[in-house]
Design a protein around this ligand. Sequence first.
Ligand code: PRP
Ligand code: URA
Length: 226
Amino acid sequence: MPSSSTKPAADCSDFPVVSFLMPLHLLDHPLAAHVLTRLRDKTTPPAQFRSLCHQVALLLALDATRDLATQEHAVETPLEPFSGRALARPLVVVPILRAGLGMVQPIVDLFPDVSIGYIGLERDHDTALARSYYCKLPPLKNTRVLLVDPMLATGGSAVKALDVIFGRGATEVDLLNIVAAPEGVAVVEKAYPKMRIFSAGLDRELNARKYILPGLGDFGDRLYGT
Ligand code: PRP
Ligand code: URA
């Protein structure tokens, strides 16, 4: 058998461990690795890409919400009284438009009472700087906020969105990404040292055009077939 020069497919565990001060939580689940590889595959068509995005966002949401506050809640079973637990505080999901929209439905599936806010940001193709074009948020005081955006590249979009969210009175915010670049994590860490980032993969670096390598290309374009 001729030996192959093809490098094995990369996932988060293939890159050198970068140490960050802030808590960066990488999904550690075989299904997440499987889904991420299929998302990276350039031959994956939009229909499959959408359902893979749904799958991995669901895993991320479960990971990020394992410490949600609960409070005592009494119910009557058909046989006797029972003192159980119920979620204590309102949950809000805020997708960064447009690619973040692909991560909303799995969170609504898990938490049907969730409120949804929207922040529209678009990176300039030449400068990679994010420009704001839309913002509509529910009340954020005394809530737990999940900010969702599949790609954390330079970190510019995430920090801009976090500035708005904290500016509206939020105190507990987690950032959920499908793929993060070390550069973006460092930028978020500098601006918000204590904030938690949940990601399915930590990639190697950004290229000259500020795209993530190996990455998966332009997430929004692949999600929407543009
Ligand atoms: C992508 C992505 C993030 C942003 C990340 O959005 O969905 O929002 O880039 O890059 P950054 O960390 O360097 O800011 P894009 O601006 O391409 O808009 P889209 O979601 O409408 O495609
Ligand atoms: N936005 C994307 O969709 N992909 C990247 O690699 C970087 C920013």
